[in-house]
Design a protein around this ligand. Structure first.
Ligand code: ADP
Length: 480
């Protein structure tokens, strides 16, 4: 039972500070070897109703009445407690989602950092006074939405809890969290840590279960004032439709087909590890994965040869072995990725990594395709697996055209020493984030993140998230 260190009873939701046993359960298996780990509760409308009521009570009670400074102090305490448990959280995540240990540790560290960042920010966000007509004083108040709903995916549970629940709590919202059915364990562990660190009951409620049951009930709940969702485009559309019925704001982060543009004056020694790591990290199951590598023809052969060489050395195995790549999360995800690989049968494969285990997990070989036409399905659609495509281009104009030529716009990387080109492309790329001579910037708790187009809308991370998780009231006082 991986949650033993946190004293969490099996198959429970956390509602109003109490562990409530689920009536039905879902089996949890280890994606690295198929072994049974534990069970989680399969909640539905009843548990979501109870969690929303608990959040309303907390919002109007102990949590809502705290000053911003007190809230910040609680979040900081939670952050420190998370940092004290990095290894345990990483082990749980490695077992539950198949993430190699080093990457799971990085997620746990990021969760701690988010809580510290938002703990520090809680009392530093404020309204303004606005010069207005004679005889008036006008000012604005930043207020919490009230109850916020958080539906999160299985690929980075800890990071996404940190960036959405952390920011929502900092602004004084009370949260109902529905983690993905394939990745609930660190969400439950985090909730236990938060309670122990002094988060009042009901400020964070966790209901586990299926998307079509607990998730749909949360998304449609009339007692929720803001919804934050990270996941697939298809589910994002449903969340937005449900939010529209209740006329509430929604933050959607829905993935991408993020390019890196490599020009012939790039520092290739520096670029190479970023080009590859951005594609294979977390077995490519990353919204901001860089699945398209656009390379100027004059250096195309060199980049292709160097990436080929590196791909051949990649080793895939159980999360606990901490190799380059772990298993995919599920048999379903493996089928999605292998279907994509089949659709690439008409493309040259530059190289593949090696599966270095006999374990019965959801493993696929990391695969690099060469000379991929920009309109090919592998250059247009999100695979969510360790698959990258190399696309040649002649000049800056063509590179930009290809880079902007998908439905998505989450992250882009530019590799060039030419300052003018850096600035031109940073403006012209259709993307929520642009990295110049790096990619991902080490996670970037402080850096606003989100997309355009089918990558979604709204911004999480950084200070910007605090505006999204609050609403503005304008007060106009006439005093003559
Ligand atoms: P994937 O297909 O990769 O599992 P999803 O977008 O379906 O990605 O899942 C992301 C999150 O959305 C998970 O927590 C999942 O349970 C939830 N979810 C899935 N379907 C629905 C739905 N119809 N309504 C609300 N949440 C959902």
């Amino acid at each position: 039972m991986p949650l033993k260190p946190f004293d969490i009873p099996e198959a429970c939701h956390l509602i109003e500070g109490a562990w409530i046993r689920g009536e039905a359960t879902i089996q949890v298996t280890n994606p690295s070897d198929g072994a049974s780990l534990t069970t989680i509760a399969r909640g539905g409308k009843g548990q979501i109703d109870a969690a929303v009521i608990a959040a309303q009570v907390a919002r109007d009670g102990a949590w809502g009445k705290m000053t911003a400074a007190e809230r910040g102090r609680v979040l900081n305490r939670i952050g420190h407690a998370v940092l004290d448990h990095i290894d345990t959280l990483a082990q749980i995540e490695a077992l539950d989602v198949g993430k190699p240990l080093k990457q799971a540790r990085a997620d746990a560290l990021a969760l701690g950092r988010y809580m510290e960042f938002y703990g520090g920010a809680a009392d530093k966000i404020h309204g303004e006074t606005i010069p207005y007509l004679d005889g008036y004083t006008v000012y604005t108040l930043r207020e919490p939405h009230g109850v916020t709903g958080h539906i999160i995916p299985w690929n980075y549970p800890m990071q996404i809890i940190g960036r959405s629940v952390g920011a929502a709590l900092a602004m004084g919202n009370a949260c109902v969290l529905k983690p993905a059915e394939d990745a609930c364990l660190t969400a439950l562990a985090f909730a236990a840590i938060a309670m122990k660190a002094g988060l009042p009951a009901g400020a964070l409620n966790v209901v586990t279960g299926l998307g079509s049951e607990a998730g749909a009930a949360l998304a449609a709940h009339p007692g929720v004032q803001h919804m934050s969702f990270t996941g697939s485009v298809r589910t994002g559309e449903m969340i937005q439709a449900a939010a529209a019925k209740n006329v509430i704001p929604v933050t959607l982060e829905l993935g991408g087909k993020s390019p890196q543009l490599v020009f012939d004056d790039a520092d290739l020694d520096r670029a190479l590890p970023f080009l590859i790591n951005a594609g294979i990290q977390n077995a490519g199951q990353t919204c901001s994965a860089s699945s398209r590598i656009l390379v100027q023809r004059s250096v195309y052969d060199e980049v292709s040869a160097r990436m080929t060489d590196a791909y051949r050395k990649l080793r895939v195995g159980p999360a606990i072995s901490d190799l380059d790549v772990g298993p995919l999360i599920s048999a379903r995800q493996k089928k999605i990725v292998t279907d994509f690989l089949e659709r690439g049968a008409d493309l040259p494969i530059a190289a593949q990594g090696k599966i270095a285990t006999d374990a019965k997990g959801h493993y696929v070989q990391p695969t690099l395709f060469a000379d991929v036409p920009p309109d090919h399905t592998l250059a247009q659609d999100e695979v969510f697996g360790p698959v990258q495509v190399l696309i040649p281009f002649d000049d800056e104009t063509e590179a930009l055209h290809i880079a902007n030529g998908t439905d998505y716009g989450l992250v882009a990387g530019i590799w060039t020493g030419d300052g003018g080109r850096q600035m031109r492309l940073a403006k012209a790329l259709k993307s929520g984030q642009v990295f110049i001579n790096n990619y991902g910037a080490g996670g970037g708790v402080e850096l606003p993140f989100g997309g355009i187009g089918k990558s979604g809308h709204g911004r999480e991370k950084g200070f910007e998230a605090l505006y999204g998780f609050s609403t503005l009231k304008t007060v106009a006082a006439w005093h003559g």
